[in-house]
Each structure stands twice: as C-alpha cells, then as structure tokens.
Design a binder for this molecule. Structure first.
Ligand SMILES: Nc1nc2c(ncn2[C@@H]2O[C@H](COP(=O)(O)OP(=O)(O)OP(=O)(O)O)[C@@H](O)[C@H]2O)c(=O)[nH]1
Length: 463
C-alpha cells in the first residue's frame, strides 16, 4: 500500500516557498546546482562513516544511484513551484521515505546526512560575498531540508508500522501453519478436559473439578489461540465460554445436591464444550484461508506477505552471502479458459496449477498467488544456473500436464516465466520489478518461455 501526501504537507511546502523572495530562492538554487556533486559526496560520506549503513550502501548499484539521485535531490528541493509543484516534491519525499523503510535505513542516519548537508550549505553561503548574507538563505536551506526530513520520517514510521503488522501476522501464520495438526491437538485437549470432568462427576468426586482455564486447551487458547484469532467473534465466544464454565457451571456442579441438578449442569458443560469445538473448527479454517494470509482458492501465500518474506530473504542473503531467485509466473491466455469453459473450470485449473507448483518447489521456497493467474515463486539459496534449470523444468512440466475440467473434459496450458536473481540490492522492489519486466518480455516473445533478467545491465535478455 502506498502512502499519499496529506494536504497539510503540501500546504507546508508551499508556505516555505512563499516565505522567501525569488532572489533568495534563486541564490540557493544556483549554489545547489553549482556544488551538487560535492554536497552529495558529503551526504554519502556521512552515511559511510556508520558501519551498519555502509553495509547497506556497499552495493555498487546503490553507490552509483545514491550519488546520482542525491545530486538531483539537492537541486530539486529548491526548485521553483512553476518547475516542480509542491505536491510533486512532497510525493518525492514520500517515495524516498518508503525506500528507506524497505531497506531499513535507520532514521538517525538520514538525519545525520541531512545535518551534514545543511552544514555544507552554510559553509558555501558564508563563503559568498558578505553583503548578501542576510540570513534568509540560511533559513530557506534549513526549513526546506527539515521539512523534507519530516515528510520522509513520517512515511518511514507509517511504512514500518505496516510492515510490523504484516510481520506479526506472518508469525501467527507460521504458528498455525500446520493448522490441521494443531486443530486435532487442541480438539483432543478439549475432549481430555471434558472426560476428566465427567469422570470426577461419575465417581462422585465433584467437590473440586478441574478448571478449563488451567487445562491444556485453556492454556493454549488463552495464550496463543487468542492472539492467532484476534478480533474474531468465535475467539470471543470461546473466551467467554471458558469463563462461564469455570465461574458458573462448575461451581454449580460442585454445589449440586441432587442427581437431577448434577445431570442438568453436566449437560450444560458438555454443550459448551461442543460449541467450543465447533468454534475452534471455524477458527482454524479461517486461519488456513483468509485471515491466515493464504489465498482461499489455491492455499498459496497471498501478496500481503510478499514484503515480509522478501525483506527476510534479502537480509538472509546479505548475512550469508547467498542468492535467491524471484520467479514471476503467468498462465498464458487464461482468459480463454474462462471464456470457453466457464469460471468454475477456470477455478479448477487454478487449483490444479497451484498444486503442481507446490509439488515442484523445495521445502524452503515460497509460493505466492499475486492475483488472478499471476504467481510468484521465491527460490532460496540457489545460483542462477540451478534456478533457471528448475524454472525451465516447471515450464515443461506444466506444458505436458493434462488439466481436468468439469464434466470429464480436459485441457492443456502453457506458462510464461520471468526470472530475476536477487543481485544484492537492499531494496526488494528492484528484484520484483526486474522479474516483472522479464515476464513481460517472455509474453512478448510468444509465451510458453522463460526470460532471465540481466543482472548487470538491469535490462532483459533472452534466457
Ligand atoms: N476462474 C478464475 N478466473 C480468474 C480468477 N482471477 C482472475 N481470473 C481471470 O483471469 C483472466 C486473466 O486474463 P488476462 O490478464 O487478460 O491474461 P491472459 O488471458 O492470461 O493472457 P496473457 O497473460 O497475456 O497470456 C481474466 O479473464 C480474469 O477474469 C479466478 O480466481 N478464477
């Protein structure tokens, strides 16, 4: 999800511009243009002096691009509103903040770079003809750079918060990933507790019955389940039922004087346990599908986890000096499947296709359904030759497969593939874009083929 500029930000930017005479702005702009190279180097050097940041910017592409884009930034932020509108400049700061969040550049380092830039400007202004030093130019520089930093930091914070939420959701997804096993375990635990209570009642030891909250199921649900299924009505119902059983039903059972009353309370307890088991089933089903982040039709990961998984893999690759491949896969002419055989047939094909994909990857790889008939495979710990061979095998396997359709009909399919190796660049968007461009090239080349994005030239070559 993108951040968009608030009206306040655009108003603030326009106000800073309006506050200064055209001559002051022209003076700062001229200075920025004249010294943009030295100023960009200044910013860059201050980043490199930090060990963590120098690791992030060690990538050659980053060095080349960072310096070039810093030079552009230094002149553009002082542009006349007729040349670059405040709205566009605010949008630019937002994009920069988003990149910082994606590659995880700490805010303090960006602020340090900004401080060193301002010092550079002050020194240049001070060195100019003294009669011109009325302070306005210094203020313009300070206000502009500070405002840009404010917008970047705000975006950074929003993006970070969002990615932290996705991260948390992913953690929970992993926790209940083997949902069917966990469900069985918890259903059995619930049943164990119920049997233990019934046994105590049957043998006439109902003075102090085992409380559900302290049972294996109760503990699991209150500590983990409730987080995994946060905000659902079923989770609320189970929590309320645990409290009701422990605080109302069981004390009533313990206090029951006659058999009839005891049977009535025991029946109520059993009804509660049954309803809980049903709610639990519903919750696990949801966890497996929508709320767990899996695509309902294919059970593959949905795109909301793409940033989480890619950031993790980028960090992993950096730490271990390993590589991974981003493989964009698109079914060819899928529209025709729906048009000729109907939507239900299209769904069936997508499910069989996803099953084939799952069967073609290794345990550590990831599979996403990005939407419609677009899929993405993240092949971890591979070099280009192996990734290309695996993708090519997949292409051939799909082309050879006979897909089942309703009413005993069948059909065959082909796919186009765009493959990009992660080239060490800290921003995962780059590998995604390169894979996408390669996929587009594969479609252009006539489909049913694989195109590999060229690592060095950042352009696409036939694979
Ligand atoms: N049955 C079914 N169809 C879907 C689903 N999601 C998207 N589609 C269809 O997928 C089709 C995608 O068509 P296009 O994007 O035009 O691409 P294409 O026909 O595959 O052609 P190329 O990609 O250019 O080879 C559309 O007709 C969508 O309606 C789904 O969940 N189920």
């Amino acid at each position: 999800m993108k951040n968009s500029p608030s009206e306040q930000m655009v108003r603030d930017w326009a106000a800073v511009v309006a506050q200064y005479a055209p001559s002051t702005r022209a003076r700062v702009r001229a200075l920025a243009q004249q010294h943009q190279h030295a100023l960009a180097s200044r910013f860059y050097d201050s980043l490199l002096s930090d060990a963590a940041a120098s690791q992030l910017v060690s990538h050659e592409q980053v060095q080349v691009r960072l310096h070039a884009s810093m030079m552009r930034w230094i002149t553009d932020v002082f542009a006349d509103p007729e040349d670059i509108a405040p709205q566009a400049l605010v949008e630019r700061q937002i994009r920069i903040g988003e990149v910082h969040a994606r590659i995880d550049v700490p805010v303090h380092l960006v602020l340090r770079g900004a401080r060193s830039l301002k010092q550079g400007f002050y020194a240049l202004l001070g060195a100019e003809d003294e009669s011109r030093n009325d302070g306005a130019a210094v203020q313009l520089v300070t206000q502009t750079i500070d405002l840009a930093m404010e917008i970047m930091s705000q975006t950074y914070a929003h993006s970070h918060e969002r990615s932290a939420r996705a991260d948390e959701a992913y953690r929970l997804l992993s926790m209940v990933q083997n949902a069917s096993m966990e469900r069985e375990r918890q259903r059995a635990a619930l049943l164990d507790w119920e049997s233990a209570v019934m046994y105590e009642i049957a043998v006439g030891e109902a003075a102090r019955l085992p409380r559900m909250a302290a049972s294996e199921f109760g503990l699991w649900f209150r500590h983990k389940g409730v987080h995994a299924f946060q905000g659902t009505s079923e989770a609320e119902a189970i929590l309320a039922a645990i409290a009701h059983v422990d605080e109302v039903v069981q004390p009533a059972l313990e206090a029951a004087q006659d058999v009839e009353e005891r049977q009535r309370q025991a029946r109520e307890l059993r009804d509660h346990a049954r309803r809980m088991a049903l709610d639990l089933d519903t919750l696990f089903q949801k966890a497996n599908e929508l709320e767990g982040g899996r695509d309902v039709l294919t059970s593959l990961l949905n795109r909301k986890f793409l940033p989480v998984v890619l950031s993790k893999e980028v960090a992993y690759a950096r730490e271990r000096n390993s590589q991974f491949a981003v493989i964009a896969i698109d079914i060819d002419h899928f529209k025709q499947v729906n048009d000729v055989h109907g939507h239900e047939a299209g769904d069936m094909v997508l499910q069989q296709f996803a099953a084939l994909l799952s069967d073609s990857v290794r345990g550590g790889d990831y599979l996403f359904r990005l939407g419609g008939e677009e899929f993405l495979m993240l092949s971890v710990d591979v070099d280009e030759a192996r990734a290309v061979a695996a993708a090519e095998r997949l292409r051939a396997r799909i082309a050879a497969e006979v897909f089942r359709l309703p009413r005993d009909r069948t059909m065959t399919l082909t796919i186009s593939i765009g493959l990009a190796m992660h080239d060490g660049h800290p921003d995962y968007q780059r590998a995604l874009r390169r894979a996408d461009v390669a996929l587009y090239a594969a479609k252009q080349r006539g489909r049913n083929c694989l195109v590999v994005a060229d690592q060095v030239a950042d352009k696409v070559t036939a694979g």
